[in-house]
Design a protein around this ligand. Structure first.
Ligand code: NAD
Length: 449
């Protein structure tokens, strides 16, 4: 499955040259023809493929829970977006999303609430360009696949997939259907993340060496509520032991390091601490006889992974949602000329006065603030997560309207989600190294902006 494939364009060039006796790539005409005839080897990449430009972006929303409402609220504040349909197994959630549209003076979208596969009818509508999927994790892949098969572009929540087979499925369906599957990793659009990324691209950190990132967020209350994520997310801690939510920390780091733009994740090792946090919380909060006393949590509270890239860089990736602690995505980047660390933000460059004194990122704001933030700061200020959610959706719509390629493609979705299953494999094997599949099929070497 991970065998390198070449693009149709390369193939035609190769076959043509071979037929002319040039022997490009060392292929004889028969061999080139055999590749051209192979539907798997001849698959074309979705890397750098632009959206078809359009004036209005027509959206369907599958999953109208807490996140769905927040994303919907942002979409309703973006010019030239029309939300045509919403879907949820819970009719009250879908109705609430419909009401929100009307309250915001938009048209009332049609609702699909007839069971857990009714999204299949939504994606078949002929008046949708893009399907947003903020559903529970186990529904991401079936919903994204159905939408792409029905000819719609996809914006799927994080993590995009929970198994390597499903990561590959997203890649293969995206390539076959020629539809984009973007994992909507909002943290890539954070103010600091975008600012630091511009400083990286301007060469301020020198040669990049190492990064650290995490999702360290005390979710105990949410995991045990009888609503929203409490209904499905705690179950992920049963039967799985690894990093259950790798992309919020890893996405921005992948942009800094140019993953699939000159580098790629090569292999990783992972280890988990004991599980204690959810058990202790249950002990403190739940009455005797509560059915949740039957549950056995397998996921260690603190999972720490170490990733190595093809260019030799190292990344520490952590996950902890089970213990009392302040929120922290770490967001550290170190290079030969300097180092940045978030939470709280601080920066140091070679030659700074005061050898061991951090400085504030604010000093670089006027020069390196991302133009998206400069332009949209005011509109974004009312949106979730400090405004990055609005910037992310605005940019997605902008790319679709202007006919640009998406910032994040299906190869990013697969590679950033893969540490989930890979950490489970490594933990189960006593922290043995595990290889990342090359979802890009060798195309990661091309440096793109
Ligand atoms: N990027 C972020 O910052 C961020 C923040 C929160 C949640 N999320 C992600 O968003 C997703 C949703 O999380 P949430 O907090 O909204 O959870 P939620 O439980 O509040 O919402 C999920 C919704 O999906 C519906 N649903 C379940 N199965 C369905 C099906 N088969 N068909 C249609 N609807 C179905 C549920 O009824 C519910 O309304 C998750 O993937 C989560 O990881 C991302």
């Amino acid at each position: 499955m991970s065998a390198p494939r070449i693009s149709r364009r390369q193939l035609l060039r190769t076959a043509g040259a071979a037929a002319a006796g040039v022997g490009l790539g060392g292929l004889r005409p028969a061999a080139a023809q055999a590749i051209a005839d192979d539907p798997v080897l001849a698959t074309e990449s979705m890397m750098g493929v632009p959206y078809e430009a359009r004036d209005v972006v027509r959206v369907g929303l599958v999953g109208c829970g807490r996140r769905g409402h927040s994303l919907l609220n942002d979409l309703l504040g973006i010019e030239k977006v029309e939300v045509r349909a919403v879907c949820d197994v819970n009719p009250a959630h879908a109705a609430s999303a419909q009401d929100l549209c009307q309250k915001r003076k938009a048209r009332r979208p049609e609702a699909y609430t007839d069971g857990e596969r009714h999204y299949e009818a939504l994606v078949r509508r002929d008046d949708l360009d893009l399907v947003y999927i903020p559903s529970p994790w186990r529904w991401h892949v079936p919903m994204a696949v159905a939408a792409m098969e029905a000819g719609k572009h996809v914006a799927v929540e994080v993590p995009a997939a929970l198994t390597l087979a499903d990561c590959w499925k997203l890649v293969e369906v995206s390539e076959r259907s020629r539809r984009h599957c973007t994992m909507i990793e909002n943290c890539n659009y954070g103010y600091e993340e975008m600012l630091v990324n511009r400083m990286v691209k301007a060469g301020l950190f020198g040669e990049l060496l190492h990064a650290e990132c995490a999702y360290n967020h005390d979710l105990r209350e949410i995991l045990f509520e009888n609503d929203s994520e409490g209904l499905w997310r705690r179950a992920e801690h049963i039967g799985r032991n690894g990093n259950l939510y790798p992309t919020h920390g890893l996405g921005p780091v992948a942009w800094y390091l140019g993953i699939h733009r000159g580098d790629r994740f090569d292999h990783m090792v992972s280890m988990s601490s004991p599980e204690a946090g959810l058990s202790a919380y249950r002990q403190a909060k739940l009455a005797a006889g509560d059915p949740r006393w039957q549950e056995k949590y397998d996921c260690g509270d603190v999972n720490t992974s170490l990733l190595k890239t093809a260019q030799g860089r190292t990344i520490v990736l952590q996950h902890n949602v089970s213990n009392p602690r302040p929120y922290d995505r770490i967001n550290l980047l170190a290079g030969t000329k300097g180092i940045f660390r978030g939470y709280p933000e601080r920066i140091f460059f070679d030659g700074h006065a005061g050898k061991h004194k951090w400085r504030s990122l604010k000093e670089w704001k006027s020069r390196y603030e991302d133009p998206l933030w400069t332009r949209l700061k005011k509109a974004a200020s009312k949106s979730g997560h400090g405004g990055m959610d609005y910037i992310m959706s605005w940019r997605m719509v902008d790319c679709m309207r202007r006919g640009l390629p998406p910032d994040m493609d299906v190869y990013d979705a697969a590679a950033w989600s893969a540490p989930g299953p890979l950490s489970e494999m490594s933990v189960a094997a006593g922290s043995a190294p595990v290889k990342f599949p090359d979802f890009s099929r060798g195309r990661w070497r091309t440096v793109r902006s």
